[in-house]
Design a protein around this ligand. Structure first.
Ligand SMILES: NC(=O)c1ccc[n+]([C@@H]2O[C@H](COP(=O)([O-])OP(=O)(O)OC[C@H]3O[C@@H](n4cnc5c(N)ncnc54)[C@H](O)[C@@H]3O)[C@@H](O)[C@H]2O)c1
Length: 319
């Protein structure tokens, strides 16, 4: 098979590209290296089945040519990370909305299947239960910029499903919950790489808020396995799937676990959200997926537990 990965030099995209190359596929990657890095492709860049184009997904003629060539598309390119979203609101909206619109429109021209990487952020401020694909979304006001990312991704989902219903374009929508592992950078506000780097350097491990907010972390390898299986499953077309781990951990406990596993002497410090992201910043208290649907369709079961996830990130930063 020939596949296109948009954002393939990024964290998840580069792991996906490696896996697909290892399976014998021909992989085309487009990435403008905004948050992605060439170094992420070190293992596969010289492989004759790996083709890298350094450009933006907003370049229609390049995208047209790439999409024409391939059998299907994993659309991962996006403005990612809370820090990025707070600092670059125009680019966030432009890339996440216009970029996805471009991918879907050109994919429809040649009727190529598209997998969309959406996010658990679209559930917004739910607190009281594990999140199911057809739950309502609880969004904050448009005056709070952090919701721009969730809303841009929601629009991507609507557009993808509209293409499926109206134009019969095969699409699969995936909602990724905190995906972590080697190569994820802490630069844009991702919690685990930040904790591990601070712990290894003996710097304070900084928890935002009181640390009782919880998240569920999934190893990138479990996520890429799921994406590949979903693309290859016809029954997934026109539907939405949570991709995540339903084991929850509070951010406070995560900080302690990282400190213990790195045998670090770092202090754990708590700072208000406002200090990190400005006045009025809102965060979600919980974000845990219900994964019955993806289990039912492809037998999804995350192989990595929290300890092995943290260990893989420690090993990465140590090396
Ligand atoms: N990592 C997570 O926990 C998580 C959670 C939910 C959803 N997602 C989604 O998964 C996808 C991949 O995220 P990631 O964690 O690998 O982040 P990442 O930042 O490493 O990957 C995004 C890639 O897209 C590229 N990119 C950005 N704008 C581009 C443009 N205009 N043209 C071409 N390339 C462009 C970046 O350079 C980067 O390589 C994103 O769509 C993200 O929204 C990730």
């Amino acid at each position: 098979m020939r596949v296109l990965i948009t954002g393939g030099a990024g964290f998840i995209g580069s792991h996906l590209a490696e896996k697909l190359i290892d399976e014998g596929h021909e992989v085309f990657i487009i990435d403008n290296l905004w948050t992605g890095k060439l170094e992420n492709l070190k293992r596969i860049q010289d492989n004759e089945r790996c083709h890298l184009v350094i450009d933006t997904i907003l370049n229609e003629s390049v995208m047209n040519e790439l999409i024409f060539k391939v059998d299907h598309i994993y659309h991962l390119a996006a403005a990612v990370g809370v820090r990025n979203i707070m600092d670059n609101p125009v680019e966030t909206l432009e890339i996440n909305v216009k970029g996805t619109e471009t991918v879907l429109r050109l994919a429809n021209r040649f009727k190529k299947k598209v997998l969309i990487a959406s996010t658990s952020e679209i559930y917004g401020k739910h607190v009281d239960h594990s999140l199911k694909e057809d739950d309502n979304r609880v969004m904050g006001t448009v005056k709070k910029r952090r919701w721009a990312y969730a809303c841009s991704k929601t629009l991507d989902e609507f557009l993808a499903l509209a293409y499926f219903d109206e134009k019969k374009l095969p699409v699969v929508v995936t909602r990724l919950f905190n995906t972590v592992g080697p190569r994820q950078t802490g630069r844009y506000g991702m919690v685990l790489p930040n904790f591990v780097q601070s712990a290894l350097l003996g710097k304070p491990i900084t928890v935002f808020g009181d640390g009782t907010q919880s998240r569920s972390f999934t190893h990138v390898s479990d996520v890429t396995d799921a994406l590949i299986k979903l693309v290859n499953k016809q029954e997934a077309e026109g539907d939405v799937f949570n991709v995540g781990n339903d084991h929850e951990v509070s951010i406070k406990d995560l900080a302690h676990k990282v400190k213990e596993m790195t045998r670090s002497k770092s202090e754990i410090e708590y700072i208000p959200y406002e200090k990190a992201y400005g006045p009025g910043f809102e965060d979600m208290e919980r974000r845990c997926p219900n994964i019955d649907k993806i289990k039912g369709l492809i037998g999804f079961k995350p192989k990595h537990d929290l300890e092995s996830i943290i260990q893989s990130v420690i090993d990465y930063f140590k090396s």
